[in-house]
Design a protein. Structure first.
Length: 397
């Protein structure tokens, strides 16, 4: 099929919930993608932070192929060895805890919200409120949409879920003021992704941890976007001397095979009993085999180190360029999660880069976002930056 045929069939039969680039992709390898007509693209967005180990990594392909031949699904009526192994692997790289497996970031967060409410009520009846931050993004199910304190996503879906309060991000005193006796948890992203790649001050997460300890409430960190090496450590919280009570992850955990996970400290996790929560597909053979392969590749192939190395080169190049660029207001991020805030809208730059074969995206209208695969080489980084800088120069005139 040609590009246009695929676009037309999509418009006719697929719900119009996405604004798309208008390019049907059919093949990927490493940092490269090819469309249905054979045109090549350099991927600086990794399927929205999913393809951290690169497209079609041979070890992931092999693991999925072998698992598909052996067994794909039986449901959680049975014990699933790969599920137990993946949970063990995640816990061994984080903190003593138990894992609930889901199929997406929203579902991992949905599980976190349900668990926090159940735990809160176990501590004290009526303790069900969760405080989240302005410009957060936690997902599109009704509970996670309510947690997502952004009017543009919530519009049209009221009434939302009761029991959520919003405060400005990176503002410890606002958070402190918002906590009441009915609060069961604070839920934040360690770096806001969709909200504009907002990096909080160094004291923010430790301050939230202290606040939660003082008030006896839970700290939920949503690492759906920052997790699995995106910021140069397996999880962003590992840059600090603290642990959350609940940690959620998804996106890159399966390297493109849908999976989400919620990790909760044992004393919290233990309020979930058989029947408290469930998912037909959650933690099935295919998804967990993919997760195991991804974690193995991340660690055995030095991807965290490469992420940190490429990050230094990328931030230096962007910062040098921005000194002579009137369009750029600020560059922020960590590891290979980068936001470039412009003075004006970024859509034109995204489209012009795409015409030149570079895939980036834009969030909050003015923040260009780079999330390249963690395997990126300096050659590919330079190629992408060449296209990006030339595009900006052309637009600047
Ligand atoms: C921080 C964060 N949480 C949750 C989600 C929702 O994940 P999903 O789209 O897999 O439901 C996203 C998606 O972008 C995210 O960035």
């Amino acid at each position: 099929m040609k590009n246009q045929e695929i676009i037309d069939m999509t418009s006719e039969f697929v719900a119009p919930t996405y604004s798309r680039f208008g390019i049907p992709m059919v093949r990927g390898k490493g940092c490269q993608l090819w469309d249905a007509e054979g045109n090549e693209y350099l991927d600086f967005i990794s399927g929205l932070g999913v393809i951290n180990i690169g497209h079609s990594h041979p070890r992931l392909v092999d693991a999925v192929q072998r698992q598909a031949e052996a067994l794909i699904h039986v449901s959680n009526l049975f014990h699933i060895p790969q599920q137990a192994q993946l949970a063990k692997e995640i816990v061994s790289r984080t903190f003593p805890a138990k894992v609930f497996f889901a199929n997406s970031g929203a579902e991992a967060n949905e599980a976190a919200i349900k668990l926090a409410r159940k735990y809160g009520q176990h501590v004290k009846p009526g303790r069900v409120e969760i405080i989240t931050a302005h410009n957060a993004f936690h997902g599109r199910t009704l509970a996670t949409l309510t947690a997502t304190a952004q009017e543009k996503y919530q519009k049209g879906f009221h009434p939302l879920l009761p029991g959520f309060l919003y405060v400005p991000y990176n503002d410890l005193s606002a958070m402190e003021t918002a906590v009441t006796d009915n609060t069961c948890a604070i839920m934040v992203e360690p770096i806001q992704g969709e909200g504009g790649v907002n990096v909080p001050g160094d004291d923010y997460l430790p301050g939230l941890r202290d606040l939660c300890d003082q008030k006896g409430i839970l700290l939920i960190l949503d690492e759906v976007q920052t997790g699995i090496g995106r910021t140069g450590k397996l999880f962003n919280y590992q840059y600090y001397d603290l642990e959350p009570d609940i940690l959620t992850m998804a996106k890159s955990l399966g390297g493109g095979v849908p999976i989400g996970a919620m990790l909760a400290k044992n004393e919290v996790a233990d309020v979930f009993l058989p029947g408290s929560h469930a998912s037909t597909f959650g933690g099935n053979y295919l998804a967990c085999s993919a997760g195991l392969a991804v974690l193995e590749v991340i660690h055995q192939e030095g991807m965290l180190e490469n992420c940190q190395r490429m990050s230094r080169i990328l931030f230096k190049a962007l910062s040098d360029f921005s000194e002579h660029c009137e369009l750029i207001k600020e560059i922020r991020g960590k590891g290979l999660m980068v936001g470039i805030e412009l003075y004006s809208e970024g859509k034109q730059i995204v489209n012009r880069c795409l015409e030149q074969g570079l895939i980036i995206n834009c969030t909050m209208e003015k923040v260009l976002r780079f999330l390249p695969p963690l395997i990126i080489t300096q050659r590919d980084l330079d190629r992408g930056l060449d296209i990006f800088f030339k595009t900006i120069k052309d637009i600047q005139g």
